[in-house]
Write a protein that binds this ligand. Structure first.
Ligand code: S3P
Length: 450
């Protein structure tokens, strides 16, 4: 579990052209959901391509604690013998979700309408993150929660013995909150309705339908209205997890800023609720193409080809696109440093409550490496220096945040002096093969500071 990891300083230095094929791991969001939904079916769900990062492994352990039989079959293949909707057992011990906001929030939702009690904790990052956004709607089902001041973990959830269905308008654009309410709605009788003003990643809706739940999605003036009929018998099945677009972002962005690079990142899902970064990069003038476009498991998929792009321009990223690239702003800010002119990012206050305050973490590190950043509560702007002009040379605090650590490693590949992070250990939460994969493309990422 990431909670006790020893810090691993890392340094990234300028390298020759990056080239080759970057096979990034499975999608983190879909991996969590496969295990949780598998645990809520009677019978065997098999999963291939599961992301075996710390976050997902913590969710696998949690599902065992709630009574599911979860087995690692090797090579990314897993088996889950579930307990059925409403069949969770009460865990004997505390559920440690490590660094994972998605894990803890989805699991809280999944157990909230069963007559059991569970206590959740995590690492210093997770224990600082807001949980009221999930426990408030869960209270409408009849669930009780007792946590630390400000609704922080460690927290005990007392599941509702006689849950009632709810109608809930999600006040922040959050797929985790939406998903927690839907998973809780599974064991409530009648129809649970969730309304989101802005579309967020829709994996839970798609997967619930795939597992046989009755779920309808309607676009209205109020937003996306999702109606789930409770107490279905979910159908155990096979899930083939696609590769993660949020992990693909790192080799793609590296190729765009390292001179002479040409990298192929195959089999990346281009679900519109996830692909905002790639649209943004293309608007900036990136040489990023979609090859072999196809449909897999009902999702649009393509092989991404990214080539060195010395003439990218800063742009204003439309706020309406924020939810579809929320995890990619840190690495976008690195690419923006190598573009010409300002990149303005608005409507992004959610970045302040991720694994770290990502605006603060990136702004501090970018400034230390010679890049000008302005920021407000829900916006930030990076002034690009153009290719060849980014000084680098600093050690940045990764603040227990995998995406901050990887973003600064990407920066070091094209900056004039090496860039270090104080701790790259969190990278294993989402991208355990980051170092060998980037090395195989030609990057120079080493352990230790410069
Ligand atoms: C996720 C939703 C997003 C995202 C996170 C994964 C999910 O968080 O940042 O990495 O799998 O539902 P929010 O729901 O807080 O926006």
């Amino acid at each position: 579990m990431s909670s006790h990891a020893t810090p691993i300083p890392m340094t990234s230095s300028a390298c020759g052209p990056l080239s080759g094929v970057a096979e990034v791991p499975g999608d983190k969001s879909i991996s969590h959901r496969s295990l949780i939904l598998g645990a809520m079916c009677v019978g065997e769900t098999t999963i291939s391509g599961l992301l075996e990062g710390d976050d997902v492994l913590d969710t696998a352990r949690a599902m065992r604690a709630f009574g599911a039989d979860v087995t690692d079959l090797g090579g990314g293949n897993w088996s889950v013998h579930g307990v059925g909707v409403g069949g969770f057992a009460e865990p004997d011990g505390v559920i440690d979700c490590g660094n994972s906001g998605t894990g803890v929030r989805l699991i809280m939702g999944a157990m909230a309408t069963s007559p059991i009690t569970a206590t959740f904790t995590g690492d210093a990052s997770l224990n600082g993150r807001p949980m009221a956004r999930v426990t408030d709607p869960l209270a409408l089902f009849g669930t009780q929660a007792v946590g630390r001041k400000g609704g922080r973990l460690p927290m005990t959830i007392v599941g509702a013995a006689e849950p009632v269905p709810v109608r809930y308008v999600v006040p922040v654009p959050s797929a985790q909150v939406k998903s927690a309410v839907l998973l809780a709605g599974l064991n409530a009788p009648g129809k649970t309705v969730v309304i989101e003003a802005e579309a967020t990643r829709d994996h839970t809706e798609r997967m619930l339908a795939g597992f046989g739940a009755e779920i309808a999605v309607e676009d209205t003036d109020e937003g996306r209205v999702i109606t789930l009929t409770g107490q279905p018998e979910l159908q155990a099945q096979h899930v083939d997890v696609p590769r993660d677009p949020s992990s693909a972002a790192f080799p793609v962005c590296a190729a765009l800023i390292v001179p002479g690079s040409d990298v192929l990142v195959p089999g990346i899902g281009l679900n519109p609720t996830r692909a905002g970064l790639f649209t943004t990069l293309r608007e900036m003038g990136a040489d990023l193409t979609y090859e072999n476009e196809r449909t897999e498991g009902g999702e649009p998929v393509a092989d991404l080809r990214a080539r060195f792009s010395p003439d990218m321009k800063g742009i204003e990223v439309p706020p309406a696109r924020a939810a579809s690239m929320i995890d990619e702003y840190p690495v976008l800010s690195v690419v923006a440093s190598f573009a010409q002119g300002q990149t303005m990012m608005r409507g992004v206050k959610e970045l302040r409550v991720k694994e770290s305050d990502r605006i603060d973490a990136m702004a501090k590190g970018l400034r230390a490496n010679g890049v000008e950043v302005e920021e407000g509560p829900d916006w930030w702007a990076v002034t690009g220096l153009g290719h060849g002009n980014v000084p680098g040379g600093a050690t940045c605090a990764s603040q227990l945040d995998h995406r901050i650590a990887m973003s600064f490693m990407i920066m070091g590949m094209a900056a004039n002096a090496p860039v270090s992070v104080d701790d790259g250990a969190p990278i294993t939460t989402s991208f355990p093969i980051f170092e060998p994969l980037m090395a195989q493309l030609g990057a120079k990422v080493t352990r230790g500071t410069a």
